[in-house]
Every structure is written in structure tokens, then in C-alpha cells.
Design a binder for this molecule. Structure first.
Ligand SMILES: [Zn+2]
Length: 576
């Protein structure tokens, strides 16, 4: 029996898959690279073509092409399976009869989104007025088709009724975020999106997970944009609009362009910049979301390229959120540039009115975010030296502080001094004060960057183990003692109640021909223990910072013991 996983692994080597994301160097029989899952300067990420696996000595990330794609692209197993199957040219059929009948909730929600997208697309084809409007804004037919732009007619329950005729239940339609229940329960459900141009948002494997709807005729009451709520398949911090179409080009060109709106994004792609993603409808467009969310939202584009170009209408409130994202990107070690747009003009206007060349020119002329902010501060203060000093301290220096390299810091202090006439010494003094004030914020971002990778790995192992136990439990003749796994995992069970069927599917696809299942399980528990110890150590390190001599000694001893336990685990692996 040949599972799709085996077939895919036969066709795609780990070298081929991983090198399509990051640069690999030879290291004897193996390959090495800078780890995409943690920040490092010297490579500790190794790939073994023989075994078809990778391992990072820095952070412990390990696995095969599937786990790599999952982790790199921020996808679940099915998403990675779809992506790799497409790439290998292997058609996917539902794995077993049982899996076909027991489609998971998520599976049904994806189908509902797919059906809604088709429905909106058909509406658009029939609505001349909307099509004409889109053309007037500069969108061509190909872009409308590629991005599956659609239209939600201004009516109460057209989509709802359509989905009902297609066999979706009220709960599914509601859980997909497509319709709402009225307060008065005796009344029928109604569509969330009405009278809006619809832009589907896809995850990085191309599955539609949400919509962003732009009002077509402004009635003065409704919001200009309406986005899908968070649903079991859509989390605002995990997706960027356009990422599925942009990722190849981001990697190839080694930079990404971040715009605000859907129109900006589509027109930028149309103008030949396929490496463009948009914040619209995601966590990045919201100035109130936590830094962790911004970090995780930037995650994929950062793994693809460390160079980021921001392009937005400088007058809009959204610009503040984008600037904030820029600062966080800077703190994460990314190189951030800003396109200087004429006032009151957004990329869509520029491309629509002045054409692709004007857009190309603007991107070429983009400035480092610090220089951009400096120019703005100088314009605002209009030659008034006291005002200049205040603006630089308040707006520009915090961004200099966010830089991680001191050489770069020096470079910008010099630049600011040259352009503004403020003495370098004075700037250095102010920078020192800011360093103190923003110390906490910077640590927070750094930790968020590290935590987002770490937490994910532990969750990942837990999910795999739980999947194996659930799958084995469903078999007439289980081959391993699933009760032991359940017991060891404890409370974890509750967290994944919603995706039970998915976990069973994943385990079945992955392990049904595995002769060494027992061994794999043992290895996963060891990994899990290591993760827990690492987490424990990080916590103790934080405590250590605040500790006095007496308590510090005790904490150090505890850290030593934890490190010893880690060594023991490593050694126990070598023995086998
Ligand atoms: Zn690593």
C-alpha cells in the first residue's frame, strides 16, 4: 500500500523542497543552512538527504518535508499535504472511506468558503455596474479572475439560501462567518456581507479562509470595509492577503512589498510586482493587536526574505498601524524601507492613474524607514530647531533604537546629524535615554519572536501524539497502547476537540505503514520533554535577571539540573 505521503516523498526530495525556501550549503554528505525557525548568524540547521529529514542543533526543530512546509508556511497538515501534492503532481483522494464520510468541521467550512467564492464571482459576472467600476479603478479581467474578486448583492439572505440548497447547515454557515443569527431566534439567519465587492483571503496553500468586503455604494451608515470574523479556519494573525500568490516572488526577488488595501495589492501584482502582500483584513491592519500577533503575522514573509518595503497612503490612520509593524520588523532584524507616496494618494490610485512605470519608480526610490521618518520630521518642523529636536527624539530615534546592529545605529546617527544639523553627541544622549525607556518593549518583541517559534513546536508534537492515540483508538486492532499516550498527554485533549477528525486523518496518512510506530512515539515524547525543559529554563533565566545573590544561587542550581536532564535525554538517544 502506497500512501499519498509516500508517493510525494518519492517524487520530492527534502533537498529540493527546502532549497526552494532557503539557501543551502554542502556539508559533507549533508546540507546546512541558517535556521529559518530561530534567529542565528552561523548555520546550525542540517539536512540529511539520505534520511529525508532535517534537524536544527540551535532550536531542536526537526522533521521531514511535511513538517518543514507546515512550520515554514504556517499551515496545518492538510494544507501542507495539498501544497506538496500539487507540487509533485499527485492527485489527492480522501484517504479512507471513513474519512470521506466523517468530514471534519474545518473541511466543511473550507467547502462553504469555496462555494461562497464561486457564488460571489458569478454575481460579479452578472453585474455590469460593479464590473465597470472595477475596470475604472484599473483592474483587468485577468486580475479579477486570478484574485477571484466577486460581488455580494445588496439583499438579506441570497448567499444563505444558496448555501442551504448546496447542503450546508445553519451552524456551518454561521461558523464560517458567512451569515449571522438575529437576536430574535424565531427569525431567519441573514448574510454578513451585503452590497459589497468581495475579496477572498487565502492561506498560503491557496485555501480560501476569509473575505474582506468593500462597500459598493456608500450609504453613509455601513463601514467601508467589513472582514470575516475569526473562525475555526481563520485567524487574523496567521494570514496576509495575497500571500499564496506572492510567496514565490518574495523569495525570488528577496524582498516583499506590504500595502494596505486589496486594490493596492491587486494593482501592484498587475503592474508586475507579484511580491506584494496586503494587511487588509488581517491583524496587521489593526493598531490594537498585540505585538505577538504582529510578529506572527510577519512570520512567513520574514522567513522568505528579510527585506520589507512598506507602501501606504501617508495620511490614513492605517498608516500608523503599518509604521508600527515596520518598527517591529526592524526590531526583528528585518531591513525596512518605505515608499514615499504623494499626499492623499495610495498605490492603487498611483498605478491606476499614472501606470506601472510610476509604481516601479516609487519602489526604486523607497527610503529606509528611518530616513523616511526623518524627512517627514524635518518637513513638519519647518526649520524651527527646537521643534526639529523634539520631533527627532519623539519619532525618529525610537526607530534607531530598534536596530539591532550598533554599526547601523552609528550610521543613522550620523545621517540624522548631517541632515538636521543636530550635534551627534546630543543625538547619542537622547538615544541612551530612549534605550532605557524602551528596554522593556524591545525585550518583549524579542521574546515574542522566540516564543512564537517555540510554542508552535511543542503544540505540534502534542498534536501529533494525540492524533496517533485517537487514530489507534478508532482501529479494531490497535498496534500501540493508546491509553498510555492519553494518560501522558493529560489535559491536552480538550484543546483539540474541534479538530479531532483532522488529527485522526493526519495520523492515518502519516503512520499507517510505519513499522516503527512505537519508536516514533518514544522519540516524540523525548522531544516533548526537551521542549518543556527548554521552556522551564527560559522562565528561570527571566527570574534570574530579577533575583538577588541568595535566590540567584538557587535558581542557577535549578538551571544546572534542568540542563543535566537535557543531556540525559540526548545521551539516551545515542544509546539506541
Ligand atoms: Zn533552529
Amino acid at each position: 500500500m502506497n500512501s499519498p505521503v509516500d508517493k510525494i516523498k518519492e517524487r520530492l526530495s527534502i533537498e529540493e523542497v527546502v532549497s526552494s525556501y532557503i539557501k543551502l550549503d554542502r556539508a559533507g554528505a549533508n546540507l546546512k543552512a541558517r535556521c529559518p525557525f530561530h534567529n542565528e548568524k552561523t548555520p546550525s540547521f542540517f539536512i540529511s538527504p539520505d534520511r529525508g529529514s532535517y534537524y536544527c542543533f540551535g532550536c531542536g526543530a526537526s522533521g521531514d518535508i511535511f513538517t518543514f512546509v507546515e512550520e515554514f508556511e504556517g499551515l496545518d497538515f492538510k494544507g501542507a499535504l495539498k501544497l506538496l501534492a500539487d507540487r509533485a503532481g499527485i492527485p489527492l483522494e480522501p484517504y479512507s472511506k471513513e474519512a470521506k464520510e466523517n468530514k471534519s468541521e474545518k473541511e466543511k467550512l473550507y467547502e462553504a468558503m469555496e462555494e461562497a467564492t464561486l457564488y460571489f464571482e458569478n454575481n460579479l459576472k452578472e453585474s455590469k455596474e460593479v464590473s465597470e467600476y472595477l475596470k475604472l479603478r484599473g483592474l483587468n479581467d485577468k486580475s479579477i479572475k486570478d484574485f477571484k474578486v466577486g460581488f455580494a448583492i445588496l439583499d438579506w439572505r441570497l448567499l444563505y439560501s444558496h448555501l442551504k440548497t448546496k447542503g450546508f447547515s445553519d451552524t456551518e454557515i454561521e461558523r464560517a462567518g458567512l451569515a449571522k443569527k438575529p437576536d430574535d431566534a424565531s427569525k431567519a439567519m441573514y448574510d454578513r456581507f451585503r452590497g459589497r465587492i468581495m475579496f477572498p483571503i487565502a492561506d498560503s496553500s491557496g485555501r480560501i479562509v476569509a473575505f474582506s468586503g468593500r462597500i459598493f455604494k456608500n450609504d453613509g451608515k455601513s463601514a467601508k470595509y467589513l472582514n470575516s470574523p475569526e473562525t475555526p479556519i481563520f485567524s487574523k494573525n496567521a494570514v496576509l492577503y495575497g500571500i499564496d500568490k506572492a510567496k514565490e516572488s518574495i523569495r525570488k526577488n528577496n524582498f516583499s512589498i506590504l500595502v494596505e488595501g486589496q486594490m493596492d495589492l491587486i494593482l501592484s501584482h498587475q503592474a508586475g510586482y507579484r511580491n506584494t502582500v496586503a494587511t487588509s483584513g488581517t491583524a496587521l491592519s489593526d493598531s490594537t493587536v498585540s505585538k505577538e500577533n504582529v510578529v506572527s503575522n510577519l512570520g512567513l514573509i520574514r522567513r522568505l526574505s528579510e527585506n520589507l518595503v512598506l507602501a501606504f497612503d501617508a495620511d490614513k490612520a492605517g498608516a500608523n498601524a503599518t509604521i508600527r509593524a515596520g518598527k517591529i520588523a526592524l526590531s526583528l532584524g528585518m531591513d525596512v524601507k518605505v515608499v514615499e507616496m504623494p499626499e492623499g494618494v495610495d498605490p492603487a490610485d498611483l498605478i491606476g492613474k499614472s501606470g506601472a512605470d510610476a509604481w516601479k519608480e516609487s519602489i526604486k526610490n523607497s527610503k529606509h524607514i528611518i530616513e523616511f521618518l526623518l524627512n517627514k520630521a524635518l518637513r513638519n518642523s519647518n526649520g524651527d530647531m527646537r521643534k526639529t529636536g523634539r520631533e527627532i527624539k519623539g519619532v525618529v530615534l525610537p526607530f534607531v533604537d530598534a536596530l539591532s546592529s550598533s554599526i547601523e545605529k552609528m550610521h543613522f546617527i550620523r545621517l540624522i546629524s548631517d541632515k538636521s544639523g543636530v550635534q551627534q553627541d546630543a543625538l547619542q544622549d537622547d538615544l541612551k535615554k530612549i534605550e532605557q525607556e524602551l528596554k522593556y518593549e524591545k525585550e518583549e518583541i524579542k521574546e515574542a519572536g522566540e516564543a512564537s517559534a517555540k510554542v508552535y513546536r511543542r503544540d505540534y508534537i502534542e498534536r501529533k501524539l494525540l492524533g496517533i492515540a485517537l487514530w489507534q483508538q478508532s482501529l479494531i486492532k490497535p498496534t500501540v497502547d493508546f491509553e498510555i499516550i492519553f494518560n501522558k498527554l493529560g489535559e491536552v485533549f480538550k484543546k483539540y476537540e474541534d479538530i479531532r477528525q483532522d488529527l485522526i486523518f493526519e495520523a492515518e496518512v502519516f503512520y499507517s505503514n510505519n513499522e516503527n510506530l512505537e519508536k516514533s512515539i518514544r522519540e516524540m515524547f523525548l522531544n516533548l520533554e526537551e521542549e518543556n525543559i527548554n521552556e522551564e529554563i527560559s522562565k528561570k533565566m527571566l527570574e534570574l535577571r530579577k533575583a538577588n545573590d541568595e535566590s540567584g544561587k538557587k535558581i542557577l542550581q535549578e538551571i544546572n539540573e534542568l540542563n543535566k536532564r537535557k543531556e540525559d535525554i540526548k545521551n539516551s538517544r545515542l544509546k539506541k
